[in-house]
Design a protein around this ligand. Structure first.
Ligand code: NAD
Length: 360
């Protein structure tokens, strides 16, 4: 059985990816390495937890083809030992500090996890699969490392008036400490391909939304505030534009790139769903007006505008033509259909466990 190491599989995207991947590839053994920071939770993997048998260590759980290990990618010895113990043949690397606001207040942990952690994984993969530049060990030739990254590495589009979206050839211009550390990780991945010839792909994706997203992010915040009847805060005038992608569409893109992408290549992933923050809030409010009407008025009555975050990029837009032309991927969900599914999930989760503060 081929072992694939997934890092950050208890976070938002990782915990959507792991069940999808396990179902689709029963012949893989998935090793999920996650530190369980404030952003990760085994509750996100409930569909697997019910199948999991307890082991001697509370930090390790096992199924026939699934292992969860609570651990830190910044610990090189741990990462190397996992490659050895499970004979890892592929990596899909999600683990990161991911919240821009937190990166402004505490950038150090972003450098540690996003840069040093990524370096550790690359180095451990190189040692386990290759050992010397340009030469894979026999039987390891097909081992691949997929680096999950963000469109935030390109910076804000408004600085270039004649450019309407970022392609894979656009210049990196990260503006937040989060984006800078993700850019550094992408460059490290690139260097391991260029220098050592390790089989690497990278994807740069736009904003995701969907089930299991941490409560600190925009869409869970909107839903939480709506349901509590509290003010919905929007940075500045709500003019910041992002491209939005339903999380399962992102998972499918990663699966495709991991299996069929060209080595050494980067692929942009986006939903062609550009919306400014005010539009996003209004769509969520309208969907909620229909699903769960509020006696006191419309949900959009709760909108307030608050001081903008420093260095807030005005406009991101992603050109995912390469992924479509080369690998045939395109997003299945529009913002409205994906958001309706997302709201159903949150309402269902809330119904099942009314005290689910962590979820929303
Ligand atoms: N959420 C988005 O909109 C988005 C868009 C594009 C790219 N990405 C990228 O996708 C990846 C996953 O994003 P997400 O939104 O699921 O993030 P998240 O913050 O929800 O989850 C991150 C996970 O990584 C784990 N983790 C953090 N530090 C760790 C460490 N040192 N060792 C091991 N595990 C650690 C956390 O416990 C958590 O489970 C990130 O690399 C992010 O940059 C996210």
């Amino acid at each position: 059985m081929k072992s694939i190491l997934i890092t950050g599989g208890a976070g938002f995207i990782g915990s959507n990816f792991v069940p999808y991947f396990l179902n689709k590839y029963p012949d893989y053994r998935i090793i999920n390495l996650d530190k369980l920071t404030y952003a990760g939770s085994l509750d996100n993997l409930q569909e697997l937890n019910s199948l999991v048998k307890p082991t001697d260590s509370p930090k390790v759980v096992r199924l026939a083809n699934y292992v969860f290990i609570q651990g830190d990618i910044c610990n090189f010895e741990l990462v190397s030992s996992i490659f050895e113990a499970y004979d890892i043949r592929g990596v899909i690397h999600f683990a990161a500090e991911s919240h821009v606001d937190n990166s402004i207040n505490n950038p150090r942990v972003f450098v540690e996890t996003n840069v040093v952690g990524t370096f550790n994984l690359l180095q451990a993969a190189y040692k386990h699969w290759m050992g010397q530049p340009g030469q894979y060990k026999a039987d390891y030739e097909n081992c691949r490392f997929h680096n999950v990254s963000t469109d935030e590495v390109y910076g804000s589009l408004d600085i270039l008036p004649d450019v309407s979206s970022w392609t894979e050839n656009s210049k990196y211009a990260p503006n937040s400490p989060y984006a800078a550390t993700k850019a550094a990780a992408d460059f490290l991945a690139r260097s391991y391909y260029q220098t050592y010839g390790i089989n690497i792909t990278t994807s740069n994706c736009s904003n995701n939304y969907g089930p299991k997203q941490h409560s600190e992010k925009l869409i869970p915040t909107i839903i939480r505030k709506c349901l509590a009847g509290e003010a919905i805060p929007i940075y500045g005038k709500g003019e910041n534009v992002r491209d939005w992608l339903y999380v399962l569409d992102h998972c499918k893109a990663i699966d495709l790139i991991f299996h069929k992408g060209r080595t050494g290549e980067t692929y942009n992933v986006g939903g062609v769903n550009e919306k400014n923050n005010l539009e996003v809030v209004q769509i969520v409010c309208e969907l909620l007006d229909n699903k769960l009407p509020r006696a006191a008025g419309k949900y959009s009555d709760l909108i307030i505008f608050v001081a903008d975050r420093p260095g807030h990029d005005l406009h991101y837009a992603i050109d995912a033509t390469k992924l479509k032309t080369e690998l045939g991927w395109q997003a299945k969900e529009s913002f409205e259909t994906g958001m309706a599914k997302t709201l159903d999930w949150y309402l269902e989760a809330l119904h099942a466990t009314p005290q689910l503060e962590r979820v929303i």
